[in-house]
Design a protein around this ligand. Structure first.
Ligand code: SF4
Length: 398
């Protein structure tokens, strides 16, 4: 598995696989072909179907010279991943360079020729292997992460946490309507105020919701967020961390450890299944975010590695089969609310796991495998094409 830096990326919303991945690919292609007379980018599959609402063209045009670039769309699905892009550069004397590259989720890209390679830093591929290694060496899960990452990883994670907190602060201050045809009103600010004026369950759950909404609304507005594991699901983990940090007055060091643990679980899902809504539906995005946040919360609440695994397993298990059907192709409905629901569910999973000794029937590794299989069995309309589910209801109402 590669570094958790590849999972936690800082960038502009609203969709990591539609903006950050294509922007990274465009940057690499331009650097390799600076002398091109013209560029052509063909977007395939989900990038063609929902690229407009997800701002793919804008992301590409920020990198490639406007006057030299043509972007075309083909709603054909290529293998091995539905988010395909063909970059072409025309050079002097009619010479053409082509590069087929895939945006695989969370801002990551992959090509069949391995022009862009990610360095592998972890020798283990499953939670079982990692857990056994930790037991044998007498280390915790976050110590495992720090052992294999480079020496700057804690500083990197601190910056990730600061970026998450900034997104919460900006989102809680902002009001008004989000961009796009839905005219969706931001709710984080009013929900936060209401939670401050409430007690008990209204205060607690309202606070968690407002933090998740704050980040998800910032993302929908094209603001700076952290992929955790994607932009569309970027509100879940920050909300849970912020809520627990405030409630238990936790030191920043604990939050860094929690980020390392959540990154480890997210990485296992990314490596063994997928975090791309276009590939496996929303279970891969929101389900993964919930799983990561559940593991982090269990750690922050004093749980063992077995309990963390149980909570992470539940976070994913109870999102199995969740489809990706963004209304009008925007990362707004159901995405924003879904972040709030998953944040609360992550805390529920942690509390549930902490009420047990951590033993359970379905392992984390097994549920990851099943999530991938479920995604492969899902009809393509339910994988980020905005052609089924809730996306259809909105079209009928217009
Ligand atoms: S429905 Fe889920 S997977 Fe699809 S765009 Fe929204 S958050 Fe991402």
């Amino acid at each position: 598995m590669e570094s958790i830096r590849e999972l936690f990326r800082v960038g502009k919303g609203p969709s990591s696989s539609h903006t950050m991945g294509p922007a990274l690919a465009a940057k690499i292609f331009k650097e390799k072909n600076p002398d091109a007379i013209s560029y052509r980018v063909t977007l395939y599959g989900s990038l063609a179907a929902t690229g407009k609402g997800h701002l793919t063209e804008e992301a590409l045009r920020e990198i490639l010279p406007e006057e030299k670039t043509t972007i075309i769309k083909k709603e054909k699905f290529l293998r091995p991943h539905p988010n395909a892009m063909l970059f072409e550069a025309e050079k002097k004397k009619g010479k053409k360079i082509k590069w087929l590259v895939f945006s695989t989720g969370g801002g990551s890209i992959k090509d069949l020729k391995n022009i862009y390679k990610m360095r592998k830093v972890y020798p283990h591929k499953s939670f079982k292997e990692i857990f056994e290694y930790c037991l044998k060496n007498g280390i915790t899960l976050y110590e495992y992460v720090f052992r294999f990452e480079d020496k700057n990883i804690k500083r990197y994670l601190l910056n990730i946490w600061n970026t998450m907190e900034d997104a919460i602060k900006r989102g809680l201050k902002a009001e008004g309507v989000l961009p796009g045809p839905l005219k969706l009103e931001r709710r984080a600010s009013s929900m936060y105020i209401r939670s401050c004026n409430s007690r008990g369950i209204m205060e607690r759950i309202g606070r968690v919701f407002s933090y998740a909404l704050a980040v998800a609304e910032e993302n929908a507005n094209g603001g700076i967020v952290v992929t955790a594991p994607t932009c569309g699901s970027s509100g879940v983990l920050p909300s849970v961390l912020k809520y627990l940090k405030e409630s238990y007055k936790l030191r920043e060091e604990k939050i860094i450890n929690a980020l390392a643990i959540s990154g480890l679980f997210g990485n296992l899902i990314k490596h063994n299944a997928s975090i791309s809504g276009a590939e496996v539906g929303c279970q891969g995005e929101i389900g993964t975010a919930c799983s990561m946040a559940a593991a982090a919360a269990t750690y922050l609440l004093g749980g063992s590695a077995k309990q963390m695994e149980y909570a992470a397993e539940m976070g994913l298990e109870h999102h199995l089969g969740l489809t990706c059907d963004p209304v009008a192709g925007m990362v707004q409905v159901p995405c924003i609310e879904r972040n709030a629901m998953a944040a609360e569910r992550a805390l529920d999973c942690a509390v549930y796991a902490l009420q047990t000794d951590g033993t359970h029937k379905i392992t984390f590794d097994e549920v990851v495998r099943i999530m991938k299989q479920t995604g492969q069995d899902m009809k393509v309309q339910y994988r980020e094409t905005a052609r089924a589910g809730l996306a259809t209801v909105f079209k009928m109402k217009r």
